[in-house]
Write a protein that binds this ligand. Structure first.
Ligand SMILES: Nc1ncnc2c1ncn2[C@@H]1O[C@H](COP(=O)(O)OP(=O)(O)OP(=O)(O)O)[C@@H](O)[C@H]1O
Ligand SMILES: [Mg+2]
Length: 241
């Protein structure tokens, strides 16, 4: 079976600054892969390329075996990739239900608005936002906004989910709820998770890819990555639980 997502010798520079250097990475179908690395390593840029927001300078990107590099984001989305962003992309003047309706419609090829009620209710429950359905996104708490964003990435039914720091800025209790949500939503899908919280990484990841200066310096099980001297060196003593 072809990998769910694959980057082959991908390079990307901003001006003269190389951000991803000849990077190759294959994420197996059904795998939960955490992408970790210091600030500025190129993690979000990798998501920008995979989701069609940026095109690589060189190399190939394959989603479930299909070449997608250079495709527009909506086309990549339709081909099966759902993504949440490091910085909120919510429309603050739209309600929770309105956001979810849009995401559910995106997963359908045609307009079947009336038949959507049950599915919408299920998503509101899953995200613990049933009591907030008509609240504007701008009036949600920070953790509720993050949960909604994760839900939007998944609600279209995308088999491949990319989540960019879903727990950033959350309390310990909020993080635990978020981990439970991500675990539920990742069942039957492929997940790539950018995350700085090593507790979250070790709870969720089947494998970890370590990105430093635009190159993958380690790709292995959590236990092996934790023991890898190159990884410890890259983090210079930062807590690798
Ligand atoms: N659109 C852009 N134009 C110019 N430089 C950019 C752009 N986007 C990112 N960069 C630069 O590319 C490098 C990698 O950024 P990126 O956002 O991919 O890092 P990251 O690994 O996600 O970091 P963080 O953990 O802080 O989110 C950084 O030096 C950043 O300043
Ligand atoms: Mg980032």
């Amino acid at each position: 079976m072809s990998p769910a997502l694959e980057l082959r010798s991908v390079s990307k520079s901003f001006g003269r600054t190389p951000v991803l250097r000849d990077l190759s990475l294959a994420v197996a179908a059904g795998e939960r892969l955490a992408l970790i690395g210091p600030n500025g390593a190129g993690k979000t840029t990798l998501f920008e390329l995979a989701s069609g927001r940026l095109a690589p300078d060189a190399g190939q990107i394959l989603l479930q075996g299909r070449r997608i590099e250079g495709w527009a984001p909506h086309r990549v989305q339709r081909a099966g990739l759902g993504r949440s962003h490091q910085v909120s992309q919510l429309f603050l003047q739209l309600s929770v239900a309105e956001h979810l309706r849009c995401a559910l419609l995106r997963g359908r090829h045609g307009w079947r608005w009336p038949a959507m009620g049950d599915e919408l209710a299920q998503w509101l429950d899953r995200l613990a936002l049933a009591h907030r359905a008509e609240v504007l996104a701008g009036a949600l708490s920070y953790a509720e906004q993050r949960a909604l964003e994760i839900g939007l990435a998944a609600a279209g039914g995308a088999p491949v989910l990319l989540l960019d720091e879903p727990t950033a800025g959350m309390s310990a209790a909020e993080t635990a709820r978020c981990v439970a949500l991500v675990r539920t939503l990742s069942v039957g899908r492929t997940l790539v998770l950018i995350e700085h919280d090593m507790g979250v990484v070790f709870e969720l990841a089947d494998r970890i890819a370590v990105l430093v200066d635009g190159a993958v310096i380690a790709l292995d099980t959590p236990a092996r990555v934790r023991a890898d001297p190159r990884v410890q060196q890259a983090y210079l003593g930062a807590a690798l639980v």
